[in-house]
Design a protein around this ligand. Structure first.
Ligand code: ADP
Ligand code: TRP
Length: 331
């Protein structure tokens, strides 16, 4: 039996290097392994917790789908779909909600940090929180548990959500016997948190991102903006302490990486290091960027692929959801 791997990206902004290195790249690498059955999707209803503009939603959602495909996801091998096209997820989400202690949601980090921020600024505790934000981890648990997922490749900030999915699964299994597979997160250790331009975690929320498919000129400009220290150009630099080297490693070949490592220790200027980072990044991203742009210009084609994927997902989901409903006495 193949192990089920599943991950989703929510359309709340343009895909950036943090998303790529922390979540998409490791997920695509796992998909290469014959031992795994990948299911990768656009978490558009998770995006709806934040995006309330029709055009923006449609554009961002297409952007996520095009990104997966441009980076080499094979929709024949993977189950590739839009979350909103698979209603079974939402049916399961309600069932799971009834096995979720409210306190578990109070502790979920996205909700908790808004409440803390509100307390800090003297606002009412739930200001700015819609119920989608509050129950976000339940929907994510449904995403994961519906497909009997074994492994969930994500960035560090999502570990808590995968643990919540396990907790909810255990609650259900405890009552009705072994039903849900208990999922495990998979983290790319070294780059679990990729820093952004300002050194904080790269995130849409901090406006410090480098979009993955940025046009070359803008990409170069953004790379030049990466914060560095005031070490003189010829002074030795610690490669393992540098976001420039961290990024370089993600895009360069083995021998280039070794060479760059020794140039860091013997002294390379930040300007030169940035230039070479741009060169390897641009070389690697040129082709996917073009594919991405093509897909964005042919929404019908994208739609067709997603619809076929949703059908595949539903075929897998339906019988399992029936099983769950039988267990709770609804069939
Ligand atoms: P953002 O923080 O920009 O809103 P998302 O929450 O949409 O990003 O994250 C999508 C995926 O990318 C998740 O698996 C998340 O853990 C991963 N990810 C996001 N930012 C980073 C980062 N800076 N480093 C590593 N992984 C990240
Ligand atoms: N919550 C994830 C994020 O913010 C996106 C997501 C939704 C997801 N459902 C998922 C990730 C299921 C992994 C598995 O990035």
């Amino acid at each position: 039996m193949k192990k089920q791997v599943l991950t989703g990206i929510k359309p709340t902004g343009r895909v950036h290097l943090g998303n790529y290195i922390g979540a998409i790249k490791p997920a695509l690498e796992l998909a290469q392994n014959e031992m795994y059955q990948p299911a990768y999707f656009v978490a558009d209803y998770h995006g709806l917790t934040k995006i309330h503009d029709k055009e923006e939603m449609s554009q961002l959602s297409r952007g996520i789908a095009a990104t997966w495909l441009a980076l080499g996801l094979d929709p024949e091998k993977a189950i590739f779909y839009r979350q909103s096209d698979v209603p079974e997820i939402f049916e399961l989400s309600w069932i799971l909600a009834c096995f979720t202690p409210k306190g578990l949601m109070n502790r979920a980090h996205a909700y908790k940090s808004i409440v803390e921020e509100n307390a800090h600024t003297g606002r009412e505790s739930d200001t700015g929180v819609n119920m989608g934000v509050f129950t976000y981890p339940i929907l994510m648990s449904a995403d994961i548990l519906l497909f009997q997922t074994d492994l969930v490749p994500v960035g560090k900030d999502q570990i808590q959500h995968v643990e919540i999915a396990r907790d909810i699964a255990e609650n259900f299994n405890h009552t009705y016997g072994d039903t849900f597979t208990l999922p495990q997160h998979v983290i790319e250790k070294e780059t679990a948190v990729l820093p952004g331009l300002d050194g904080r975690k790269m995130s849409k929320s901090y406006n410090n991102t480098i979009p993955l498919f940025e046009e070359p000129k803008k990409l170069q400009k953004l790379i030049n903006k990466i914060k560095t220290d005031s070490t003189p150009p010829e002074a030795p630099k610690n490669p393992d302490d540098s976001i420039i080297f961290t990024l370089y490693k993600e895009f360069a070949a083995e021998d280039q990486i070794n060479e760059m490592r020794s140039r860091f220790t013997s002294g390379i200027s930040w300007g030169q290091a940035k230039k070479e980072l741009f060169d390897v990044m641009n070389a690697r991203l040129e082709e996917p960027r073009q594919k991405y742009n093509e897909l964005m210009e042919t929404p019908e084609k994208l739609n067709e692929i997603l619809q076929a994927g949703a059908e595949k997902a539903r075929q897998k989901a339906r019988p399992f959801l029936e099983e769950v409903k039988i267990k709770i006495g609804l069939q």
